[in-house]
Ligand binder design. Structure first.
Ligand code: ATP
Ligand code: MG
Length: 284
């Protein structure tokens, strides 16, 4: 019995998806670009598809699970469920209008034409907000629609916003935040569910370690309790005594985000020789 996962064959999800699988220790049979590739050391096979086809293939059971952008999953409305948010390919689905326009609020969109590749997500949002607008579905280069007179506004994916700037547009409403998600077929057999559980355990260990760093530093022994107060969320750091009298080595796990906030405080407490090293996997 193997579990089949559908992933994007090429595009913005591909690299992070493949490195996530790699970090779970799963090795794939062939580096060649085949449609279906088996893992050599885990009961998994990988089916490479266009991202548009992933929700459907998981709903139909052609694949048991899949990795896809939440935006795509939300638009496709297929019978599958989100098992895990994966934290990469973060972006948002937003409404944007020409830069020079005044934007008094959402009612600006009443009577306007909006170009998008996400008509269902947009339709729901407009309905919820009681806005009457025309949705113009186009499949590519949505961002140029206003400048060529095809639409008054767009509803599209935004990450850095640079595409909007290039096209003289401004983001006025964020409708949905998106990231890559792991989705599953609604009724997996018990055997497949067990494989998924093992895979999820590995994925969670990788994700948990992702923004975490292992920090080592030399500290005056008398300052240890103050330093422990500075380290966020630490139950009990490791303390080793150094050969040098009155000094200890302190080891802890911190999240990358917290690092720059606490580094000044650590230095103020005379911590020295601070080393920050990546953690590959973490099991709680
Ligand atoms: P396919 O050929 O598979 O249909 P595509 O062109 O539809 O690919 P991509 O552009 O590769 O799709 O984007 C795939 C997904 O990556 C999007 O649905 C979205 O979830 C996410 N994404 C898109 N743009 C960005 C971005 N700039 N930064 C991060 N993630 C993004
Ligand atoms: Mg696509």
């Amino acid at each position: 019995m193997v579990l089949r996962i559908a992933v994007q064959a090429k595009g913005r999800l591909f690299d992070d998806t493949m490195s996530l699988l790699h970090e779970t220790g799963i090795k794939l049979e062939s580096a060649k670009r085949l449609l279906l590739v088996s893992a050599t050391n885990f009961p998994l096979e990988v089916l490479f598809l266009r991202d548009d086809d992933i929700p459907q293939s998981v709903a139909d059971g052609i694949a048991d699970i899949g990795i896809v952008g939440e935006n795509e999953f939300a638009e496709k409305r297929k019978r599958a469920s989100i098992v895990k948010r994966l934290g990469f390919s973060k972006c948002r689905l937003s409404l944007a209008i020409p830069k020079g326009m005044d934007y008094p609020g959402i009612h600006w969109f009443d009577g306007k034409t909006i170009a998008t590749t996400y008509p269902k997500v947009l339709g729901d949002f407009l309905k919820e907000n009681k806005i009457n607008a025309d949705i113009h579905v186009i499949t590519g280069s949505v961002e140029i629609a206003p400048s060529i007179g095809l639409a008054d506004a767009i509803f599209d994916l935004v990450s850095s916003g640079s595409t909007l700037v290039t096209n003289h547009l401004k983001e006025v409403e964020v409708v949905m935040k998106s990231e890559a998600v792991l989705i599953q077929h609604p009724d997996l057999s018990a055997e497949k569910a067990a494989i998924l559980e093992e895979l999820l355990f590995r994925i969670e260990s990788v994700l948990l370690a992702d923004d975490k760093k292992y920090i080592l530093m030399n500290v005056p022994t008398e300052n240890i309790s103050k330093i422990v107060e500075v380290l966020p969320g630490m139950k009990s750091p490791t303390v080793l005594s150094l050969a040098k009298e009155g000094w200890s080595s302190l080891h802890a796990v911190i999240s990358e985000k917290e690092f720059w906030n606490i580094i000044g405080k650590l230095k103020a407490l005379d911590a020295e020789g601070i080393l920050v090293v990546p953690i590959e996997k973490m099991i709680l």
